[in-house]
Write a protein that binds this ligand. Structure first.
Ligand SMILES: [Zn+2]
Length: 613
C-alpha cells in the first residue's frame, strides 16, 4: 500500500530553475530559458520579469510518467499485441522507470482480462505501478450493478483510471442526457471506486474542447470528481486538435481554479504532441500520459521518449529515477521490436540518425568539440554519436569511423579503402545507412575474414501451388473458367507461393546441407541459413530481421538495372543495417542477409570454430 515515488509530489514543488541546478548532465543551459533569463530590450521591465517568474513557479519539480502504450498505443493500425507481448513491454517500461503502466481495458476484450490475470501472477514491477482503464457508469444506472466498474475492480490493481465526459456537447449530444446526470455519472463512479479502496485517476475526455466551449461545466465536472476523491484530474485532448499555447492557458486556469493535481493526456494530430506535454507541465501539470515512440491511433499519442528527455535534460523536471535515462534509447528500440514496427531513425533522442553526422568539415570539427554540434551528450539517453560515410567521404571521416569501431588502419589502407568505397558506391551501394556492411568492408580492408561459416552454394526454388490441388469444387466459379485469366480465386481455388532454399556450407570442418522453406525466397534462405548454423551459434536466435527494403536503381551505370536491398536487424538492444547490390534481387538479398548475420555474430559472444581461420 505504500505510495510510489510519484505520490505526494506537489503541483508547485519548486521552481524549474532550482530543480535545474541539480541536473548537470545536459550540455544545454538546463533551466527553462524563458523562465531563467529576463527578456532583453524594452520589454525587460519589472512586470514582464514578474510574469516570467510566475510562469517558472508553475513548473513542478517532478512529474509522473503515465504510460499508456499497452492501451491507447495499441490502437495504432497494424499493432496487435499478444498477452505475452504486453507482459514483455510492461517489463521494459518498468526497466525505464515510468511511474504507471496502463495495462488495458478489462471486459473490453478477453486479451486484457488475461493480461491482468497473468500480470498479478507473473509481473514483478520494481518501479512502476500497474493501472487499469475503464469508463464511468452508464446513464441513469447505479454503480453497484455496472459491469465496467465491476471489471475494473476484478482486475485487482490499486490504481484505476476512468474516462468520463467533460464537454457539455458530449453529454447532451452523445450521451443524450442532462448535464447534471453527466456530473453524477462521473462523481458517483469515482466515489464507488474510492470506497472499494482504489486510487482513482479521472481522464476528462474532451477536456480542452469542453473548456473552450463551456468552462463552467468542465470545471463543475472536475470539481465534482475531485470532491469524490479522484487523485488526478487528467485533461485529455481527445481529438488532438489543441495547440501548445491553448494547452498552457487551459491547464493553468484549471490548476488555479481547482488547486487539484492535474495531468495531461495528449495526442499528436497537430504535430504538437510533445510540445503540448511540455506546455502542460509548464502550466503546472504533474502527470503526463503518453506512449513509447508515440504509438497511438491516427497520428499517435504524444511520444514519451522526447518528453522524458526534454523534461529531464532541458527543463530540470525530474521524471525517471536516477540513472534510468540511459535506458531510453534501448527501451524505445525494444518496444518497437515488440510491436513489430521498424524504429524511426529520425526519432528525436533515440533514433539511429539522432546523433549521426555526415562526412567532411563538420565531422572533423565534431571530433574536436562534440558539444559544438550535438545538443546533448548522446550517452545520457543511451544513444551514441555516429559518423556517416558517404561518397563525399574524405579521409578524416574514414579515420573517425575506424576510431569509433576500434579498427587500426594505416594511411595506405585508408587510401585503398576509399578507392574501394568509391567503386562500390558507383555500383549502387550506399553506406550512409548500411553502416554494419561498411564495418565489414573496413575490417576486410585490414585482412579480416568472417570466421563463422563458409558458403559452398545455395539454390532457391519458387513454386506456386493450388490449395485444392487444382480440382474445382462445385463446378465452375462465377468468375469464369478455373485457371483462365478471368477466374478470381474463391477460398478453394486460392494459390499460394511456397519457396524452398537449399544451402551447402561449412562451419569449421563440418559440411552442412540444409533446406529452408518460406513464403518468399529471402525468407526461405534465412531459414536455411539458421538451420545450418543455429546449433553452433545459439546467439543467432536473438537476431531478427525487422525491415527489408528493395529499390531498383536504373541510372547507376546506364546499362542493366540493379537492385539494392537494405535489411534492418536487431538483437533486442542494438539495431543495424546491411546492404546488398546485384542485378539479381535474390543475390542482393543474400548478400545483405549474410552481412546481417555475420555482423550480429561479430558483436555477440559467439565463438567461431577453433579450426576456422
Ligand atoms: Zn488517448
Amino acid at each position: 500500500m505504500s505510495p510510489s515515488s510519484g505520490e505526494g509530489r506537489g503541483v508547485a514543488g519548486g521552481t524549474a530553475a532550482a530543480a535545474a541546478a541539480g541536473a548537470g548532465s545536459a550540455r544545454s543551459t538546463g533551466a527553462d530559458p524563458a523562465a531563467a533569463r529576463p527578456a532583453a530590450g524594452p520589454g525587460n521591465d519589472l512586470e514582464a520579469r514578474a510574469r516570467a517568474a510566475a510562469a517558472a513557479a508553475r513548473t513542478p519539480a517532478a512529474v509522473e510518467i503515465y504510460d499508456t502504450t499497452l492501451r491507447d498505443g495499441s490502437q495504432l493500425e497494424g499493432i496487435s499485441l499478444t498477452v505475452e507481448d504486453k507482459l514483455r513491454i510492461a517489463r521494459e517500461l518498468d526497466r525505464l522507470g515510468v511511474h504507471y503502466i496502463e495495462g488495458g481495458w478489462p471486459g473490453a476484450n478477453p486479451k486484457d482480462d488475461e493480461f491482468f490475470a497473468r500480470a498479478a501472477e507473473e509481473l514483478r514491477l520494481e518501479t512502476a505501478r500497474l493501472a487499469v482503464f475503464g469508463s464511468t457508469r452508464r446513464v441513469n444506472a447505479t454503480c453497484e450493478g455496472d459491469a465496467v466498474l465491476a471489471n475494473l475492480l476484478a482486475a485487482s490493481t490499486q490504481t484505476v483510471c476512468i474516462v468520463g465526459k467533460c464537454w457539455d456537447y458530449h453529454v447532451t449530444g452523445a450521451l443524450r442526457t442532462s448535464l447534471d446526470e453527466g456530473i453524477a455519472m462521473a462523481a458517483e463512479s469515482v466515489a464507488f471506486l474510492v470506497a472499494a479502496g482504489r486510487r482513482v485517476f479521472f481522464d476528462a475526455e474532451g477536456a480542452f474542447d469542453g473548456y473552450k466551449h463551456n468552462p463552467d461545466y468542465s470545471l463543475a465536472v472536475l470539481a465534482a470528481v475531485a470532491e469524490a476523491g479522484a487523485e488526478r484530474l487528467v485533461l485529455c485532448d481527445t481529438n488532438g486538435g489543441t495547440l501548445p499555447h491553448e494547452v498552457y492557458a487551459i491547464v493553468a486556469e484549471i490548476v488555479d481554479a481547482l488547486g487539484a493535481p492535474v495531468g495531461v493526456h495528449l495526442h499528436n494530430d497537430t504535430g504538437c504532441g510533445v510540445a503540448n506535454a511540455l506546455a502542460g507541465v509548464r502550466a503546472g501539470a504533474i502527470q503526463v500520459q503518453g506512449t513509447i515512440n508515440g504509438y497511438g491511433e491516427r497520428t499517435g499519442n504524444c511520444d514519451l521518449v522526447p518528453i522524458i528527455a526534454n523534461l529531464s535534460l532541458k527543463m530540470g523536471v525530474e521524471t525517471l529515477p536516477p540513472d534510468r535515462l540511459e535506458a531510453l534509447t534501448s527501451v524505445s528500440r525494444r518496444v518497437a521490436e515488440m510491436v513489430n514496427r521498424a524504429p524511426d531513425p529520425q526519432q528525436p533522442y533515440a533514433g539511429t540518425s539522432a546523433f549521426a553526422h555526415k562526412a567532411g568539415l563538420h565531422a572533423s570539427a565534431l571530433a574536436r568539440r562534440a558539444d559544438a554540434y550535438e545538443h546533448i551528450d548522446p550517452a545520457t539517453v543511451g544513444n551514441g554519436t555516429r559518423f556517416v560515410v558517404s561518397e563525399m567521404a574524405g579521409r578524416s571521416s574514414i579515420e573517425l569511423k575506424a576510431q569509433e569501431l576500434g579498427i587500426d588502419m594505416d594511411g595506405a589502407t585508408i587510401a585503398e579503402l576509399i578507392e574501394t568505397l568509391k567503386r562500390l558506391e558507383y555500383e549502387g551501394y550506399q553506406f550512409e545507412v548500411a553502416d554494419a556492411s561498411l564495418e565489414l568492408w573496413m575490417r576486410a580492408a585490414i585482412g579480416w575474414e568472417q570466421p563463422y561459416f563458409g558458403i559452398e552454394s545455395f539454390r532457391v526454388e519458387v513454386g506456386r501451388h493450388s490449395r485444392s490441388g487444382g480440382v474445382p469444387s462445385g463446378g465452375v466459379p462465377s468468375g469464369g473458367v478455373p485457371g483462365s485469366p478471368g477466374a478470381r480465386r474463391s477460398e478453394d481455388e486460392a494459390m499460394y507461393l511456397q519457396c524452398e532454399a537449399t544451402i551447402k556450407l561449412w562451419v569449421g570442418d563440418q559440411r552442412r546441407i540444409t533446406v529452408g522453406e518460406g513464403n518468399g525466397p529471402v525468407n526461405a534462405l534465412h531459414n536455411a541459413l539458421l538451420a545450418a548454423t543455429g546449433d553452433h551459434y545459439p546467439e543467432i536466435d536473438r537476431i531478427t530481421l525487422t525491415d527489408y527494403k528493395v529499390r531498383v536503381l536504373d541510372t547507376t551505370n546506364g546499362t542493366e538495372a540493379v537492385t539494392r536491398v537494405l535489411i534492418d536487424s536487431t538483437d533486442g538492444s542494438r539495431t543495424w543495417t546491411t546492404i546488398g547490390v546485384s542485378e539479381n534481387i535474390v543475390e542482393a538479398s543474400w548478400e545483405a542477409l549474410c552481412d546481417s548475420i555475420v555482423w550480429g555474430l561479430l558483436h555477440s559472444d559467439a565463438e567461431a570454430p577453433a579450426d576456422a581461420g
